[in-house]
Design a protein around this ligand. Sequence first.
Ligand code: PLP
Length: 418
Amino acid sequence: MQLTNNRYHLSNGIDPLELVEKYGTPLYVYDTAIIERQYRLMEGSFAVPKLKINYACKANTNINILKVLKNLGAGLDAVSVQEVELGILAGFAPQDIMFTPNCVALDEINAALKLGVRINIDSISILEQFGMEHPHVPVGIRINPHIMAGGNDKISTGHVDSKFGISIHQLPHVFKVIETTGIHIDGLHMHTGSDILDANVFLLAVDILMNVAKNFKYLEYVDFGSGFKVPYREGDIETDLEEVGARISERFNEFCKDYGRELTLIFEPGKFLVSQAGYFFVRANVVKPTPSTVFIGVDSGLNHLIRPMFYNSYHRIENMSGPNGKPRIYTVVGYICETDTFGTNRKIANVEEGDILCLFNAGAYGFAMASNYNSRFRPAEVMVHEGRDYLIRKRETMKDILKNQVEVRFEETVTVES
Ligand SMILES: *Cc1c(COP(=O)(O)O)cnc(C)c1O
């Protein structure tokens, strides 16, 4: 979002305040020009003959966002059979969808298999069961290289205590399962965790996976997962894609030469593709000075954007209504009856009650993690695409809150007397 002449605007000059006027607050807005920018940036950073970018859709599953990514040429990474179904509804070809679940039962994997998608297996137990049932279906396996990476404990998935993947130390067991079931492993996968800050850590994991790959005869692809970092605050380090891309490509091309076959290099970014494309607009309900702090209470909370409370993540906050006002120090909080702080001691242009604030980097794990806690409605979603705005999810109503509740008719209960 650009600031010119005391006004913010989205791509094609669209004024976010007009969107707020039209659709109300709280409001998620996604600017597809930024999704395209990120996709092209990623696509251009790897010099390998066969590259596939699978959008990890758990970051944002609005079907229109899926369609935008499909039209850009992306495949899909799905972590539940419901995400697989959404992907198919959005128009992805089943062979362009990778199902990468963790700790699901064989039934769910079988359901995904019926839909024709690629399967990535996360445990030896499931590999064994799947291999006995479908020895002729090629599958990928998720390897845990035991690299400590990731912005925080909850999203760090590659370390030794992690529940994800098959440990590299269990490879002898994997080969036993291959031998006894005859199962065909056509891909290796790793996803060490989100927010990889250090390119060297990532490259170390790449090296480990390449060394493992030598031991598999029938590989068609290697999938390095995600972890590409986007800046959340000014001065944040961003994954240097150009550098990482060049180094991974070199290592990968070298490997393929030794291996004797041109494999597909797959990545599955979520956040990198959609985080910066999303903005979350809220209204300042109250400005509340206390002895130590000036709070701004907004018409949203952890029910709509849980990342600051769940991950301690930083989201830049700006005053859209008066961006050039005198900056003051505020703590921005939600209206939920829990401590739901969006930002502590932030310098924000002077805020009046009724002003519209924007939380940046709201395109990934924003709406996707929203709930109805405190019986609040989930926000509406708007997509800005090629100069036009589209409502892509209606704001909820009381009907949604009650939708699946089954009311017992207490007045009809008969009391049996003895
Ligand atoms: C969540 C997830 C991703 C995407 O992670 P980001 O940090 O959003 O890029 C990729 N692959 C798998 C298997 C995941 O579970």
